[in-house]
Write a protein that binds this ligand. Sequence first.
Ligand code: PLP
Length: 367
Amino acid sequence: MIKLAQRIEIDESPTVKINDLAKTKTNLINFSAGDPKVPLHPAIKKALSQEKSLGYPPVAGIPELRELACNWMNERYHSSLQMNETVVTPGGKFALYALLNVVLNPGDEVLIGCPYWVSYHPIVQLFSAKVQVVMGGVDWKITPELLEKKANERTKVLILNNATNPTGVLYSHDEIKALLMWAQKRGCLVISDEVYSELVYDKQKFVSCAEFKEHKEHVATIESCSKNFALAGLRVGFAFAPKPLINAMIKLLSQSATGTSVISQWAAVAALENAREITTGVRDIMEKRRNLFVATYQDLFSTSLEKTQSGIYQFVPVMQKSEDYCIAALEKGVALVPGSAFGVDGYVRFAFCEDENNLVNGLRRLR
Ligand code: PLP
């Protein structure tokens, strides 16, 4: 029996696992998957149906897409990103994986806020590096003071997730500035995971780390078509980072995935050419679903919930172990993710990605 490398002994993603299980069941209402069910924009349908060459893609991404991705960032954040500061990856998760792969040495430490997205921990572990979990304070937010308590001379990276999965927390301009200044002083790379940047509700403004030009040299930003454009199946993501990091990621891609599916990239071109229309459409649908979800939950459970500010999840307190709650829910035909998967028990995460009927019916089943 061949023994696996120790660093590979990581857990399967609990959200992917529950979603895969949910897909095998009939008559199950799925609140587990962060995969917005939204009609496909005609421009994307057209791009997918058009015959294109199916030769190898350029490893870093097709130039049209890299340029559109930079323009998309620069228009929203007044940044000055250029094509050689971006790479197209097979999804945002791979962008994170590749970034961590090119910066981490065994023994390095990575700070992550808690509650955290389920994949940060295992990916860091894959490179024999160590996670330091920083429990969020007021509103679940991390601050320089909280980070300082967990930092040491081995701290190399801070992963900031804004807008945040699973809590929907949004960081203000001043809060991000303080975090960036702290990281600069400490000599840390900030990886800002912003894959929910367009899914911000109640007319609030999203602040990206890419806005802070003076911090460009120690910031990498991750974006994706999965959530903002509701195109998770395309598997197209982006990293924006200083050139040496991008060049190293391109080398890594050239020796692994050889780039991102060319069909997906052309569909992503169509998505980015219509970015404002598509992302506004996805946001409006998801905001309505959030409102319906919260109103129905409050009504059925006679309890009050603070509406999530961003993203596609409501993180809801429950009065028992979150895994027990989710197992009981599954028996009633409802799939959810336990808070323990995000580092906080006593909560469960509902994704409000299903259509209106399913949202209401799922909550009725739970009641
Ligand atoms: N970052 C966060 C916080 C996420 O929630 C996800 C997906 O759920 C990703 C990154 C990766 O998304 P994808 O690989 O589909 O682009």
